[in-house]
Design a protein. Structure first.
Length: 470
């Protein structure tokens, strides 16, 4: 067993591009393409979107379209920077190159914390499904089993992670495509045993905007956070056979699929099922739609799909957390022990990420009303903070790359810098809307406090390092 403390590819102390050494390169293009797809198809789409439909009604389609455009802009910016400088630290490395080590430290550790907590949440969700199938079995035991399986798979070669995600994503994509196909057939009235609903569910019972602009805002906020997960593909690209071409192709192909899977699904659901049907929230929108069409065993079918989505997200988040931690350590922004590589895998970072994730699960049992709620509030807006760093860094690095190495701009942000500023304005508007809504205000302030603490620590570390260097 080989052991090294060499930095990960492109993750040097100064944030510049380094030779591809250290991490292995076991991911193929088919892995990257499916990671890009699978990362954005999670339980938030299959189950969580029900709350958005209940709040916004049919206008949830507009909410997902608006947030989908924002996500496309963010991914295009991230794709541009990651194709020019592939790095396992992804946006953290780009932020560091643009603004200094404090920015890389802040965005990187905030994202690592988000992923670790998400691992625990996904484990809890998967365990609830299993206890439904096996009554009397303890939830924590199922979480421990899932955590063990994915911890072991991530401790091994990266191709194991890639294979897991490839087949997980393939099942999720297949389920979405099948659902859309059945839904479209039902809408046009050619599905046996069903009549076309026409526009009755879109225009009746309160109309397209049953709760007005306030309902649309709540639906918009719900939809934004359902898109989290696409960032993992730019982290994984650093361990692919052809990082530049791989991330460029994966980002490009992910764009139209976002529109198809998310916006298309919401359009089909609100056309088929009355938006105020309680089953949309209680069972989930996909189960409600399939039940409405009389599809046999719809609930159990979707439970299997949701379970796969949760397990896929656990696997991807353990991977992303370990690589982000390893990248930060390689840039001297964390405990050195976490950065040690064994056969090209940052195994200490994998173990620590799994332990922290399981610790969040234990908190959900020990202190569900205090510590666990605090964790949930703290991670509430981290993905928006990450997107803000991505957009701000792209403004700086695009001009720098055009001056110093224009040949690296394999992927280019559309209509630069106009659309970059549009994306930043969109994020600022979402922050403002979160501050207005009582349900999201605490999340915004908690995430803001965490970000501020990390930024202060990062600035102190940066000044200390500069003082030692001088």
């Amino acid at each position: 067993m080989s052991r090294t403390t060499a930095p990960a590819p492109a993750d040097r102390k100064d944030g510049a591009t380094a030779p591809a050494e250290g991490l292995s390169h076991g991911l193929k293009q088919r892995h990257l393409s499916m990671i890009a797809l699978g990362g954005v198809i999670g339980a938030g789409l299959f189950v969580g979107s029900g709350a958005g439909i209940a709040a916004a009604g049919p206008s949830i389609v507009i909410a997902y379209a608006i947030s989908g455009v924002l996500v496309m802009l963010v991914m295009r910016m991230l794709g541009e920077m990651s194709a020019a400088n592939p790095a396992s630290g992804s946006f953290s490395v780009h932020a560091e190159r643009a603004f200094g080590s404090w920015a890389g430290f802040t965005s990187g550790w905030a994202f690592w914390f988000l992923l670790c907590v998400a691992v625990g949440l996904e484990g809890i969700g998967a365990a609830k499904i299993m206890t439904g199938w096996f009554p009397g079995s303890p939830e924590w035991a199922w979480v421990a089993l899932f955590m063990l399986v994915f911890c072991v798979s991530n401790l091994a070669a990266v191709k194991n992670f890639g294979e897991f995600e490839f087949w997980f994503a393939a099942l999720k994509v297949g389920a979405i495509v099948l659902f859309l196909g059945i839904g479209v057939l039902a809408i046009v009235g050619v599905l046996p045993g069903t009549d076309s609903p026409g526009t009755a569910n879109l225009s009746g019972d309160g109309g397209f905007f049953p709760h007005g602009s306030e309902g649309l805002i709540v639906g918009l906020l719900a939809s934004v956070f359902a898109y989290g997960g696409l960032e993992t593909v730019t982290i994984a690209a650093a361990e692919s056979e052809h990082p530049v071409q791989g991330v460029a192709k994966a980002v490009r192909t992910a764009m139209w699929r976002i529109a198809l899977f998310y916006i298309g699904s919401m359009a089909v659901i609100v056309t088929l099922v009355p938006w105020d049907d309680k089953a949309v929230v209680e069972k989930g929108p996909y189960v409600a739609a399939l039940d409405h069409l009389g599809i046999p065993a719809a609930g159990q079918i979707m439970n299997v799909v949701v379970l796969v989505a949760l397990l896929s997200a656990m696997n991807a988040n353990i991977y992303g957390a370990s690589r982000m931690a390893g990248s930060l350590v390689a840039r001297e922004q964390g405990p050195k022990a976490l950065g040690k590589l064994y056969d090209g895998v940052p195994r200490p970072a994998v173990l620590v990420s799994c332990v922290v994730g399981f610790g969040c699960v234990l908190l959900s049992y020990w202190s569900p009303d205090k510590a666990f709620i605090w964790l949930l509030n703290t991670i509430g807006a981290i993905i928006l903070v990450v997107w803000f760093f991505i957009a701000a860094a792209q403004l700086v690095l695009r001009r720098r790359t055009e001056r110093e190495a224009p040949e690296k701009l394999v992927v280019r942000m559309w209509a630069f810098p106009v659309l970059t500023w549009v994306a930043l304005a969109g994020m600022a508007a979402i922050f403002f809307l979160m501050a207005r809504e009582e349900g999201t205000r605490v999340q915004l302030y908690s995430t803001g406090a965490l970000t501020l603490v990390l930024a202060v620590i990062g600035l102190i570390r940066q000044k200390t390092a500069a003082g030692r260097a001088s």
